[in-house]
Each structure stands twice: as structure tokens, then as C-alpha cells.
Design a protein around this ligand. Structure first.
Ligand code: FEO
Ligand code: CA
Ligand code: CA
Ligand code: CA
Length: 599
């Protein structure tokens, strides 16, 4: 029921100024509500938020911390109600445990209840929300509401399920694990499910082993310093390595005797069915194992295969896509479409063309020579992509697909190593040495076919301070739209591209908190990139409160509310009350005149 996209559309708001204030800044004529702040009880019987007294069980019935990617499931004929699924990427421990962690003399944690609280603040929230007669959104207690945490039972699915690589004492047949971690970017499917990318899983596991399979994924003896494995398990079968599983050192007689394989159960895309609260989330191993960000589907066409575009967020890592084997059939979707298909990694050539390289032992002699099975390849996706000759990128974060053109966009958030001694040289797709500001790259699939194996590409916009010289500020940004650290990226259904930032430590961060900008690529003339001549097309819509990054956004079915997540605020947001810690939360932004957002 919303305005159809038109290439003549323009953004109707005035760019907001840069801000260092501890508040959410939106354009004149817009208002902001906050919902689902960390600790909001969403499951029946859950306790009220009180960090001084809440238990792990309380936290498991409340929203988690560090809201990130999200998706709003909403029927067009039900504009005032929907189910929101929100990722909880990580925790801020000093807020979760205000009295501090209980530790031994060696500094290692020793309180299982505290560690269970840390685990319960991770994962996802599935929660029904509704708009009241005054236009304000709030959560509702609903049988659909659930929390998924680092302890939830998860099914392993696809080519790696049932293989030796996933065998643990908890799952001797390698088909199940417990929990999902560092849920960052998101995706969705046309069959009504939510996709969540597991990103920095190396933070949670420790090992003294240094095999390539572990080191290529950054698994070391410290991680984030969480040291969950330092806490003693209760000696009961039910616990079965509740904490010990986070030390993946091979110190037993085999994979059913120690936790060497537990880490292989993490680093995947997780599929959740929000319409069935009793369903078991599934990790879809065919989509590869890396530091997953977004999982954005291509445009959905009846009778065509579907591609899912994905970034691996680390310096010099790659852009990927997964193409389903099955074509889309809306009346009778094939079951488990994410378990069958081809995983590709992108090579960006300097002439503006590119190639999708299949990561499939049946399609590459090189890969077949290195990996005994597709299961082994998928567990080691990064090593396979190295061998295939993919182009190392400047930290691929979210992906987004233009509903008008079908073009694919990826945020490349930054890479200060680019071009320095011993690191990747600059190339056309990552053209700035010491890329501290990031850029956004765009792909056009050959024939606009999501299953294509070739594409063309260009750079849509370069982040930069307005004051930088032309060789750095290549898009000619001004103080009205300067940004750096592009991260969250999303097209609404009208063709508005929303850019969210996770920036720090540079001139842009000195001038403004993290922000959201908007642009309509289809309305740009010429080659449809941001240039010094079309600066009014890229506008700053929002500046977040102090210390946050902005990540995850959605538009209501009637386009009258924009939802956006404030992650890890560092000031007083959103309570602005002494004694209440800052809390990640979801913003609900609307227009005072009741009109559509942004247009
Ligand atoms: Fe979770 Fe790379 O951001
Ligand atoms: Ca983050
Ligand atoms: Ca991110
Ligand atoms: Ca980031």
C-alpha cells in the first residue's frame, strides 16, 4: 500500500546537522519513540529489568544486549501489528554485571550463574509489536515471543550436518549444537523465515591448538577474553560441557571425548521460523562458514533461483553468494532450499567486471585436491576462497539489493592495512591505501540473473571527511552528508537506500556520532554514483546518541514508521536516569504529519 518507486522521487527531508549530543537527532517534523531496550521482559513471567538483581533465567525472558540486524514480519493488511526479530550481537559486561564478575586469583571467571547471564544476553529476540491509537509502537506479550540464546537447541543442516566435523560429546552424530553467537547482519526468505549471520565467533572460543583450520578463523588462546570455559561444569550428563565446550583444544582421545569440534558448529547462517515458536533454529551449512554479516536475498522471481549475498567482515576477506539449486515456486516452495545450492566467492577485476568462483569440490580440481568432501570445504570456507582466487576486500559488512534495479550493494567498512607493507595492495575495487573511511561497492549481475557467474561492478560512494582532499573525498561529500565506517545497509521497498555507520577514531568521528543516511540510487542520473554534482541526493537522516553504532533498520508496511537499532550506546540513552545503564534499543521514528518516511 506504499508509494511505488519512481526514478523521479526525491527525499523530502532536510539533512540533519552533525551531532555529538547524547540524543537521537532526526529531521524537523519527525519524532522518535524507543522500544525493546535491553532487559525488556518479552516472555510471559519474565522479571522486570533490574541489572542489580536479574538472574540468568530472567535475562533469558528479556531482550538481550547489542541489538543489530532485524526484520519485521508484517502483513500488508495488518499495518498496526507485526513480529520483529532482532539480533543481539554481543554484550557490554560492565552494564550486564554492574557489581563486576566473580573471578579467581588468576582473574578467571568462576560463577556459573554470571556466565549463564552473559550467554542469555546473546542471540535473538522474536517479539510481537503493535501500534496503538496514538501511533506509538510497543511490544505485546504474545505466544510468538521467544528468546534464542547461546544455550538454545539448534539443528545443524546441509552438507556438513552429520559429518565428522560437527561431532561433539553433545552430538555424537554431528547433527545438533547449543546456541548461536555474535548474531550480526540479517536476511529473510520468501517463505517467511528470518536469517541471522554469526560473525565474530572467534571471540568466544579458546584453544592452544594452532592448526590452519583454527588460525584461519582467528581462534586463539584469548578470544574476547570471555573465558567461559574456565567455569567448572556441574558433573551431570545434562550439562554435558555447558562451559567446557568453549575450550576447543584437542586434549581427549577423540571428538566425542573433548570439544575440538564445537567451534565448527559456529560461524554459520541461522534460520529461524518466527511463526512457529516451538521450531528448532537451523544452521544452514551450505551457505558457508565465515564471519557472516548480512544474508540479503536477490529479487524474488517465480520460476527463478534465489541468490543470497553475504560479506565476511575482516580485513582482506571476501564477498560471497549462495544460489539455491531449486527455483522459487510460491505455491509450493521446495523444502530446505538453503541446504542445496552453490556457494560462490567474488573476484573483482580491475576493468570493472567480475567473476563468481564456485566453492564446490565437484566443480574445481584445485578444491577437490585440497578437500576430501564438500563438508570439509564448507567448514574451511575461507581457505577454499583463498585457493579459488577471490579478491580480498576492505571488510565486507552488510549487503543490500535494490528493489528497482536488482543491483547488489556491499558496505566495505574500512581497512587501514590496505596498501601498507606486507598487506594487500590497492586495486580498483579497494582503491584507497589506509582506507580508514570505507566505501560502498555495487554489483550488477550479468543479465540481471541472480544465478549469473559474471557481473560488472562500480563504487557507489566513498566515505570521507568533507574537509579531505579530492583523492580521499572522492565522492565530494559535504558537512551535510560526510560519513565514515559504512556498516548497516538496506533498501526499503520503495528504493530508498539506508546507510548506517559504525565509525571511530577519525575526523568524522570527531565531528559527529554514528548516523543514518538515505539516497535513492534509481533517481540518480548518469552512472548513478555519488559525485560532487549530486550531493543533495545523499542526506543525513539521523544521528545516534553518544558511543553507539546504528545498525539494523526496517520500514512498517504502511511506510509510516522507520525502525532502527541503537547498538552499545555509551552515554545515558535511552533512560537518561542516574543508576540506569545505557541500553541498546529499537527506535520507532514517525512523521508528525502522518506521512511516509523520507519521501
Ligand atoms: Fe557485527 Fe562487522 O559488524
Ligand atoms: Ca557491533
Ligand atoms: Ca556490522
Ligand atoms: Ca562494524
Amino acid at each position: 500500500g506504499t508509494t511505488p518507486p519512481a526514478s523521479s522521487q526525491t527525499l523530502s527531508f532536510d539533512s540533519v546537522p552533525r551531532s555529538l549530543a547524547d540524543q537521537v537527532v532526526v529531521p524537523d517534523g519527525y519524532s522518535v519513540d524507543t522500544l525493546l531496550a535491553w532487559g525488556t521482559p518479552i516472555v510471559a513471567g519474565a522479571a522486570a529489568f533490574d541489572p542489580a538483581t536479574n538472574t540468568a533465567a530472567d535475562q533469558a525472558g528479556q531482550t538481550g544486549m547489542h541489538h543489530d540486524g532485524m526484520y519485521l514480519f508484517q502483513a500488508d493488511d495488518s499495518p498496526n501489528q507485526g513480529i520483529l526479530v532482532v539480533n543481539h550481537e554481543n554484550i557490554t559486561r560492565e552494564n550486564l554485571l554492574p557489581a563486576g564478575r566473580s573471578v579467581d586469583g588468576d582473574g578467571m571467571p568462576n560463577d556459573p550463574e554470571q556466565i549463564r547471564r552473559e550467554m542469555a544476553a546473546h542471540g535473538m529476540s522474536v517479539v510481537q509489536i503493535a501500534r496503538d491509537g496514538n501511533g506509538r509502537w510497543a511490544h505485546q506479550m504474545s505466544s510468538f515471543n521467544r528468546r534464542i540464546t547461546a544455550m538454545t537447541d539448534i539443528a545443524m543442516s546441509g552438507p556438513v550436518a552429520g559429518s565428522e566435523y560437527l561431532v561433539t560429546p553433545y552430538s555424537p552424530d554431528g547433527t545438533a549444537t547449543r546456541g548461536t553467537l555474535n548474531n550480526c547482519g540479517r536476511g529473510f526468505t520468501p517463505w517467511g523465515t528470518y536469517l541471522s549471520g554469526e560473525e565474530n565467533i572467534q571471540g568466544y572460543f579458546t584453544t592452544t591448538d594452532t592448526s590452519p583450520a583454527l588460525s584461519r578463523y582467528g581462534i586463539d588462546d584469548v578470544g574476547f577474553g570471555f573465558f567461559w570455559a574456565a567455569v567448572s561444569d556441574d558433573a551431570t550428563d545434562e550439562d554435558n560441557g555447558e562451559f567446557a565446550r568453549f575450550d576447543v583444544t584437542a586434549n581427549g582421545s577423540g571428538a566425542t571425548d573433548d570439544w575440538r569440534n564445537e567451534v565448527n558448529n559456529f560461524g554459520w547462517v541461522v534460520e529461524v521460523d518466527p511463526g512457529d515458536p516451538s521450531s528448532t533454529p537451523r544452521k544452514r551449512t551450505a551457505m558457508g562458514r565465515f564471519r557472516h554479516e548480512g544474508v540479503e536475498p536477490s529479487l524474488i522471481t517465480e520460476g527463478k533461483q534465489i541468490a543470497f549475498y553475504m560479506g565476511d567482515d575482516a580485513r582482506g576477506e571476501y564477498c560471497y553468494k549462495f544460489v539455491t539449486e531449486d527455483a522459487w515456486n510460491a505455491a509450493s516452495p521446495a523444502p530446505d532450499m538453503l541446504d542445496r545450492g552453490t556457494l560462490y566467492v567474488a573476484r573483482f577485476d580491475d576493468d570493472g567486471t567480475g567473476k563468481w568462483l564456485p566453492l564446490d569440490v565437484s566443480k574445481s580440481a584445485t578444491l577437490a585436491g585440497r578437500f576430501a568432501s564438500q563438508a570439509e570445504l564448507l567448514v574451511n570456507t575461507r581457505i577454499a576462497a583463498d585457493l579459488a582466487g577471490a579478491t580480498p576486500m576492505d571488510r565486507p559488512e552488510w549487503s543490500a539489493v535494490d528493489p528497482i534495479s536488482g543491483d547488489v550493494y556491499y558496505t566495505l567498512t574500512n581497512n587501514s592495512d590496505r596498501g601498507s607493507d606486507g598487506e594487500e595492495a590497492v586495486n580498483a575495487a579497494n582503491p584507497r591505501a589506509n582506507n580508514t573511511y570505507g566505501h560502498i561497492i555495487r554489483q550488477t549481475e550479468a543479465g540481471n540473473d541472480p544465478a549469473a557467474t559474471t557481473f560488472t561492478w562500480d563504487i557507489f560512494v566513498f566515505g570521507a571527511p568533507a574537509s579531505a582532499d579530492d583523492n580521499i573525498n572522492r565522492s565530494g561529500l559535504t558537512t551535510d552528508n560526510e560519513f565514515a565506517g559504512p556498516d548497516g545497509l538496506w533498501f526499503d521497498r520503495r528504493g530508498v537506500l539506508w546507510i548506517q555507520t559504525d565509525n571511530g577514531g577519525n575526523e568524522v568521528a570527531d565531528a559527529t556520532n554514528d548516523q543514518m543516511l538515505a539516497v535513492i540510487p534509481a533517481a540518480l542520473s548518469g552512472d548513478r554514483t555519488i559525485t560532487p554534482d549530486n550531493q543533495a541526493s545523499l542526506k543525513r537522516f539521523l544521528v545516534g546518541p553518544q558511543g553507539c553504532e546504528m545498525t539494523g533498520s526496517e520500514l512498517s508496511a504502511d511506510a509510516k514508521t522507520l525502525f532502527a537499532n541503537v547498538q552499545h550506546p555509551g552515554g545515558r540513552f535511552p533512560d537518561y536516569t542516574d543508576g540506569v545503564p545505557p541500553r541498546s534499543a529499537t527506535l520507532a521514528i514517525s512523521r508528525d504529519d502522518g506521512g511516509e518516511i523520507a519521501l
